[in-house]
Every structure is written in structure tokens, then in C-alpha cells.
Design a protein around this ligand. Structure first.
Ligand SMILES: Nc1ncnc2c1ncn2[C@@H]1O[C@H](COP(=O)(O)OP(=O)(O)OP(=O)(O)O)[C@@H](O)[C@H]1O
Length: 223
């Protein structure tokens, strides 16, 4: 399994957001997470990425236990094995798209030529090769998200976490980005977790779970 989370408990500001959440995703598989606004979905993604500390429970990325690692080791695991896509792309405007995509690979120690070769190939896979050297600030929302997906994949992660990746897009761009997101896990062999409010985007995942009362329950049995 690429991702195994067991009994995740997370509390903030006196509230228990996650009260024993379990999630397992195999390589090449996708899971959508839905749930009411404020139920803790973003917090869950940040816990899975090792960016928030869980009070209880364990998270394994491939064979490595993320929980319990020291901060430096956690950051190294995140950089090399976890890709994250945020709602607004969060690209660095000073860097061209191809530089944004190559950056995590360079930080992870991949040689410059290979990092740029990977970045170019991913941008081509995502249909934005011609934007490689464009001004990042001028990209549309959909273009930005495709670059952000390429950036999340450049380190060849085991797990990709996408938090509302289509939340800021119109219907056409949503379809395009969702098509790419769901087509790529099989091609690249990563496990995909997508947090989304959009029922059409959720419906494309291999399975859907709902964050409800701090636990993840199959969408079919959620009240
Ligand atoms: N650091 C923090 N301090 C105080 N409250 C917080 C903190 N982080 C999250 N919360 C609260 O916890 C709740 C869950 O937040 P979170 O962003 O995880 O929910 P969400 O399900 O992703 O919401 P949405 O669907 O609206 O994005 C919210 O009520 C939020 O205000």
C-alpha cells in the first residue's frame, strides 16, 4: 500500500477534528474525500503530508512510517515521496512554469539536466508544454493547476494529495484538470487522494469517503 493511515487523531483550538480516521490507498488508485465545510479535510491532508502533528495514530508512506519521524526526516520524506496540489496552484511567480516544476526535484537532489527533462516531459503530458517558459503570473487558473500537478509529480512520489484542486476553476477547466489527475495515477503508479466539494470530481475517483464526526466513512454508508 502506498498510503496507510490508522486511527488518526488531531485536535486544534480545543476541537477534535480527527477522531480515529483510517485511510488506505494502493498505488495507482484514487480516493476522493468529501465532507462539510469545516469538518477538517484540509487538516487531514496536512496531517497526511506530515505538515501537522497527529496526537495519535500512524501514517505510513510506502514502507516508511511518517509519524514519529523527526522534523528533518519528515521534510525529506515529504519532498521525495509526497506530492501536494493546493487549490490555487501556489506557484512561485518569479519562476517560469518549467522552473516551478523542476524545483522540488532539484531540492530532492536530482541532477539539473534530469530535473528539467522530467519537468519538460510532465508539462507535455499535461498539455502545457508550450507554456514552459511563460510568465507564471499570466497563466490562467486551469493552466496554473496543470503546472501544479506537474510539480507534484516531478519527484515521482508514492502519494499525491490534492486539496480542492479544481475549487478555483470553471467547469471546462475543472473537467480538464480532473481528467488529468485521475488518468495519471495508473501511468505513474502513485496513490491519489483528492479533497473536493465537487460531486462530479469525487465521482471519478475509484472510491469516495466522507469525513464525518472525525472519521472517514464510505460514501455509500454516510448519513
Ligand atoms: N490552527 C487553527 N486554529 C484554530 N482553528 C483551526 C485551525 N486550523 C483549523 N481550524 C478550524 O478547524 C476546522 C476545520 O478546518 P479545515 O480547514 O481542516 O476544514 P475543511 O473541511 O477543509 O473546510 P473547507 O471545506 O471549508 O475547506 C475549521 O472550523 C477551522 O476554522
Amino acid at each position: 500500500m502506498a498510503l496507510i493511515a490508522r486511527g488518526i487523531r488531531y485536535e486544534v483550538a480545543g476541537r477534535t477534528l480527527l477522531a480515529g480516521a483510517d485511510l488506505t490507498v494502493a498505488s495507482g488508485q484514487s480516493v476522493a474525500i468529501t465532507g462539510p465545510s469545516g469538518s477538517g479535510k484540509t487538516s487531514l491532508v496536512l496531517c497526511l503530508a506530515g505538515l501537522l502533528p497527529v496526537a495519535q495514530g500512524s501514517i505510513h508512506i510506502s514502507a516508511t512510517k511518517l509519524t514519529g519521524l523527526r522534523a528533518g526526516d519528515r521534510a525529506a520524506l515529504r519532498l521525495s515521496r509526497i506530492g501536494v496540489v493546493y487549490q490555487f496552484g501556489e506557484l512561485l511567480p518569479e519562476l517560469a512554469p518549467v522552473e516551478n516544476v523542476a524545483l522540488p526535484a532539484l531540492l530532492a537532489g536530482v541532477k539539473t539536466a534530469e530535473a528539467y527533462e522530467r519537468a519538460g516531459k510532465l508539462l507535455a503530458d499535461l498539455g502545457v508544454a508550450e507554456l514552459a517558459e511563460a510568465q507564471t503570473a499570466t497563466l490562467s487558473g486551469g493552466e496554473r493547476q496543470r503546472v501544479a500537478v506537474a510539480r507534484a509529480l516531478v519527484t515521482r512520489p508514492a502519494v499525491v494529495l490534492a486539496d480542492e484542486p479544481t475549487g478555483a476553476l470553471d467547469e471546462t477547466a475543472t473537467d480538464l484538470v480532473a481528467d488529468l489527475l485521475y488518468a495519471l495515477p495508473r501511468k505513474y503508479g502513485y496513490a491519489l487522494v483528492v479533497v473536493t466539494h465537487n460531486p462530479q470530481v469525487a465521482a471519478r475517483a475509484d472510491s469516495t469517503v466522507v469525513l464525518q464526526g472525525g472519521a472517514l466513512v464510505p460514501a455509500t454508508v454516510a448519513a
